[in-house]
Design a binder for this molecule. Structure first.
Ligand code: CA2
Length: 149
C-alpha cells in the first residue's frame, strides 16, 4: 500500500496546548488520528513525523525522495512551521531530491499575520499550498496528493 508522509516542523508538538486562537484546540496526537482515518478511507498508509530540528527535517525529505522514486510514497504534506520563513536548506532539500510532491500546509492564514510570515522559502519548491484552513488543511492536502496522477 502506498504511503503519504505528514511532516510537522518546530513547535507543532505544542499544537492544541497553547495559542488556541491561532492554531485551534486539536493536539498533534488528535491530528495524527484524523489523518490515519482519512488515509484508511482513501486506501493509503500514513506516516507522521514531527521534529524541532531543521537537519532532521532535511534528512526526512531525503528519505522521502528515495521512497517516492521507489514508488512507495505518494507525496508529503509538510507544515515546516517557522522554518517556512527562514530555511533555504529545506527549500534545497525538496528541490534536490527531484520531483517529490510536497503540499505546504499552514494551519493559520500566514498572509493575515506579521509581515515576516508572508514569505515562504518552501512555496517555490512545493507542488501546492494550503493556508488558513485550520487542521482540515492537512486532510485537504491528503486529498490533493491522493488525486494526483
Ligand atoms: O500556521 C501554521 O501552520 C504555521 O506554520 C505555524 C508556525 C508558524 O511559525 C508559521 O508562521 C505558521 C508555528 C507553529 C507553532 O505551533 C504552536 C502551536 C501551539 C502553541 C504554540 C505553537
Amino acid at each position: 500500500m502506498k504511503k503519504i508522509l505528514i511532516m510537522n516542523g518546530p513547535n507543532l508538538n505544542l499544537l492544541g496546548t497553547r495559542e488556541p486562537e491561532k492554531y485551534g484546540t486539536t493536539t498533534l496526537a488528535d491530528l495524527e488520528v484524523m489523518c490515519q482515518k482519512q488515509a484508511a478511507d482513501m486506501g493509503y498508509e500514513v506516516e507522521f513525523f514531527q521534529s524541532n530540528y531543521e537537519g532532521a527535517l532535511v534528512e526526512k525529505i531525503h528519505e522521502a525522495g528515495k521512497a517516492y522514486k521507489a514508488g512507495q510514497l505518494k507525496g508529503v504534506v509538510f507544515n515546516p512551521g517557522a522554518y517556512t520563513h527562514t530555511s533555504i536548506a529545506l527549500h534545497d532539500a525538496i528541490v534536490g531530491v527531484g520531483g517529490l510532491p510536497v503540499i505546504e500546509t499552514h494551519i493559520s492564514n500566514v498572509h493575515a499575520r506579521e509581515s515576516f510570515r508572508h514569505h515562504s522559502y518552501i512555496s517555490p519548491a512545493a507542488a501546492g499550498i494550503i493556508v488558513g484552513c485550520g487542521v482540515y488543511g492537512y486532510i485537504a492536502a491528503m486529498h490533493v496528493l491522493a488525486n494526483r496522477a
